[in-house]
Ligand binder design. Structure first.
Ligand code: S3P
Length: 447
């Protein structure tokens, strides 16, 4: 069932929280892992049950696309059941595949489609149609597939998959887990060894989950923190149940809110703690945050723990560029934390933020500037002046630009601001964090 929440904007005015945030919550399932679970289960032979799947718009688009390609996907309450088709056995979709707002869905699926001998056409919403696809079409075309895109390599695009895909060998020019994953997924139905070299390690959920489905994936460290990942096709995936951990990227919003609203203390249970995702937690601790991990455990092949957060006096921080891949989606809300910190902060190496659901570099600057925070961009760095007691924070209107993370960051800003913050549209929050507003209200936010 496709939902159409985005037809009308949902503006929200956010006032500073009058009470401390308190309570125990769980955040929805990890978005990256949820997309991969549906895709790999659809490529597996047999039946996979997924629990904890993120039922957000982005992931529902992936489910819909995999159904259109022949997988049987149903759900009974919180259990999602996928009857896979097997690698190489996807069928040609009868209609355009609409990936909505999701870059991950579009890019990973492009990889799968490139090595299936079928023709498909992919589109997305206005945000996704403005994002670059060249980063996947260039390497994927090496396997004999063909992509016809709109000007600037934008969606909609037609994909003529290769009937006899050859394996790709590629060194990533940008740190991107999506590009890495697209190439690895294409390799499942190629004859021979697919190799991806990444100069900086990016989230490895695709590698972990391929192993979980029985595919041998070789991972070698290369100098300066990079990795060489390889697999040999054609590969067979065996159905294997998946437990999706809570999304650390979603947990970022209640975490920063609890740090900033005086006297707060919250616990978030079952958050994924894969080290290639936890750069924000390290950064917040460097800023003086009380952010404790309790009950650390392994669930479904990924480390998981409960996070205890206490309101903390934060100071400015200098975040090195090599940390960016492990916290790439967290910069908007980190920037909000920096605005309330004592002293200035410098967030380095943010070029990839320009090609997210919005141009997140400009949009984050605009979010802060509209609310009285001094911030500037130097090359690819963002420099944010910390709290100045003579200057109130808030009072502005934030344009969220079809970007869920900007909307949630603006709400967090408003909860700690001196003056109300107006958010133009909160509808897109549903792409990654359905129920965000009521969950925050359960903590006392009073939205
Ligand atoms: C994702 C990778 C990242 C991230 C996105 C999810 C993934 O994108 O921003 O939200 O699931 O692989 P890039 O690969 O473009 O950095």
């Amino acid at each position: 069932m496709q939902r159409h929440h985005h037809a009308s904007a949902a503006p929200l005015s956010v006032s500073r929280s009058s009470v401390p945030l308190s309570g125990t919550i769980a955040v929805p399932g990890d978005k990256s892992i949820s997309h991969r679970a549906l895709m790999l289960a659809s490529l597996a032979e047999g039946r996979t049950t997924i629990t904890g799947l993120l039922e957000g718009e982005d992931v529902l688009r992936t489910a819909q696309a995999m159904r259109a390609l022949g997988a049987k996907i149903t759900h009974e309450g919180e259990k999602w059941i996928v009857e896979g088709r097997g690698v190489g056995a996807l069928s040609e979709p009868e209609d355009v595949l609409d990936m909505g707002n999701s870059g991950t869905a579009a890019r990973l699926l492009s990889g799968i489609l490139s090595s299936h001998g079928i023709t498909s056409i992919m589109t997305g919403d206005a945000s996704l149609r403005s994002r670059p696809m060249r980063r996947v079409t260039v390497p994927l075309a090496e396997n004999g597939s063909c992509f016809v895109t709109r000007k600037g390599e934008r969606l909609p695009m037609a994909i003529v998959g290769s009937r006899q895909a050859t394996p790709i060998s590629y060194r990533l020019p940008v740190a991107s887990a999506q590009v890495k994953s697209a190439i690895l997924l294409a390799g499942l139905n190629a004859q021979g060894e697919t190799r991806v070299e990444e100069p900086v390690a990016t989230r490895d959920h695709t590698e972990n989950m391929l192993r979980h489905f029985g595919v041998p994936v070789q991972i070698d460290k290369i100098p300066e923190g990079g990795r060489l990942i390889s697999l040999t096709g054609p590969a067979a995936l065996k159905a294997h149940d998946v437990v999706v951990p809570g999304d650390p990227s979603s947990s970022a919003f209640p975490i920063v809110a609890a740090l900033l609203v005086p006297n707060s203390e919250i616990v978030i249970v079952g958050v994924g703690l894969n080290v290639l995702r936890t750069g924000l937690f390290a950064t917040l601790r460097e800023m003086g945050a009380v952010l404790l991990v309790e009950n650390e455990r392994i669930e479904g092949g990924e480390p998981v723990g409960d996070l205890r957060v206490k309101a903390s006096a934060l100071h400015g921080v200098d975040v090195p560029p090599e940390r960016a891949p492990s916290m790439i989606d967290e910069y908007p809300v980190l920037a909000v934390a920096c605005a309330f910190a004592n002293g200035s902060s410098r967030l380095r190496g943010l070029e990839e933020l320009r090609v997210k659901e919005s141009d997140r570099l400009s949009a984050t600057v605009a979010l802060l500037v509209a609310n009285g925070v001094s911030v500037r961009v130097e090359d690819d760095d963002m420099i944010i002046d910390g709290r100045d007691s003579n200057k109130p924070i808030g009072g502005g209107t934030v344009e969220t630009k079809m970007d869920h993370r900007l909307a949630m960051s603006a709400i967090v800003l408003g909860l700690a601001a001196d003056l109300p913050v107006h958010v133009d549209d909160t509808a897109f929050i549903d792409t990654s964090f359905p129920g965000f507003v009521s969950l925050m209200n359960g903590l006392g936010a009073g939205l």
